[in-house]
Write a protein that binds this ligand. Structure first.
Ligand code: FA5
Length: 341
């Protein structure tokens, strides 16, 4: 077998000298490299080679294969160059290729804008972890184990076997309220942007992974009026003067009183339609005055300090601003959608 390999190699080597054009190149390919060619028939014979000799013969056979392909490729290139196929003639009148420039994703550029809006009135950015413990996601937010409001958010728990605490993917950015208060003293004026996770059915309005931004202000004598003023300031800066807003009484364990922040439905302009469930309004976030119990848990004196907090869904906010009918569009990565922003 080794002799056959050697003789095929020298035969191919001498025949390569006569390859001058496409026809002789094709003859070479058919004879040596095609399915019924000589190389393949050697590979067929190789199957019968004894196990002990397979290593040496296989190595030589593979070298032959590389050698034959090299002859073929080099000759092909020479022939193409000589026939002008590869010659470097440039047509300078041809229009250039257009490359698409990558840009920031809509979520990131909107976040930049929102951070800037709050930055202008003195709120600094505070980053808080996505993996949290139960204490910061619930207990410290006045939501102990037995509290029914825990059912409001279906939480993704992380296997915490052998750990001292139960860990989870944060279900809201309100965890940032606790983290910032634990590590600072009032006055506190922060915005906490970030990803949140909930085990929720995916629909046109809801995802299992979405973004919120949380705003917290703690100082002496903070009033509900200031909360309302800040929400309206944000709405005017972000959506424009015309959009109507309202606060609707609601409940959150960590704020008292609590409210839901609604803006006029982008689709029906308040008339009522399928998207707003015929109410004329769309909810974009929750808000309220920090519950004195939360201050006590943190160790702030509720007789001295008061504060407000709110948390808004970023995708929902953008759906209203741009009239985006389905939240899933944000993450389908369809450039036709993304290019519009
Ligand atoms: C909260 O998450 C509270 N932490 C908000 C809050 C902060 C209240 C501070 C008081 C003080 P809620 O579960 O309603 O509340 O969510 C707030 C907003 O997040 C919603 O209005 C919505 O805009 C957005 N959101 C909630 N769940 C989803 C989801 N599954 N998909 C997309 N956006 C969502």
């Amino acid at each position: 077998m080794l002799d056959k390999i050697e003789s095929l190699k020298s035969e191919a080597s001498s025949e390569s000298g006569i390859i001058k054009d496409g026809k002789s190149l094709e003859d070479f390919r058919l004879k040596y490299l095609s399915r019924n060619g000589l190389l393949n028939s050697l590979f067929e014979e190789f199957k019968e080679v004894s196990r002990e000799s397979k290593g040496v013969v296989g190595k030589n056979l593979n070298e032959l294969k590389v050698y034959l392909h090299k002859i073929y490729d080099e000759k092909k290139q020479t022939i193409e160059t000589l026939s002008g196929k590869n010659s470097e003639t440039e047509d300078i009148s041809m229009p250039g290729l257009k490359y698409n420039k990558g840009t920031k994703h809509l979520i990131n550029s909107a976040l930049d804008e929102i951070l800037d809006i709050f930055g202008r009135i003195g709120f600094r950015i505070y980053e808080s972890d996505e993996i949290e413990d139960e204490y910061h996601n619930f207990d410290a937010l006045n939501t102990p184990d037995y509290h029914p409001s825990r059912d409001m958010q279906d939480t993704f728990y992380i296997d915490s076997k052998g750990k001292d605490k139960k860990y989870l993917l944060r279900s809201h950015t309100s965890t940032g309220q606790i983290r910032v208060m634990e590590n600072n003293t009032p006055p506190i004026r922060v915005i906490v942007p970030g990803k949140c996770y909930r085990n929720e059915a995916i629909s046109a309005r809801s995802l299992a992974f979405f973004h919120q931004f949380e705003v917290l202000y703690v100082d002496k004598n903070v009033t509900f009026r200031e909360l309302k003023g800040t929400l309206n300031y944000f709405a005017k800066e972000f959506f424009g003067e015309q959009l109507k807003t309202r606060l609707r009484p609601s409940f959150f364990p960590f704020t008292e009183p609590s409210a839901e922040f609604d803006v006029e439905c982008f689709l029906c302009k308040g008339q009522g339609c399928r998207v707003c469930k015929y109410t004329g309004w769309l909810e974009i976030g929750g808000a309220g005055m920090v519950d004195p119990n939360v201050f006590e848990i943190i160790g702030y004196d509720p007789e001295v300090y008061s504060g407000y907090a709110f948390g808004m869904g970023l995708e929902r906010t953008l759906m209203i601003k741009y009239g985006i009918p389905d939240i899933r569009l944000f993450y389908e990565n369809d450039v036709r959608f993304l290019k519009q922003f």
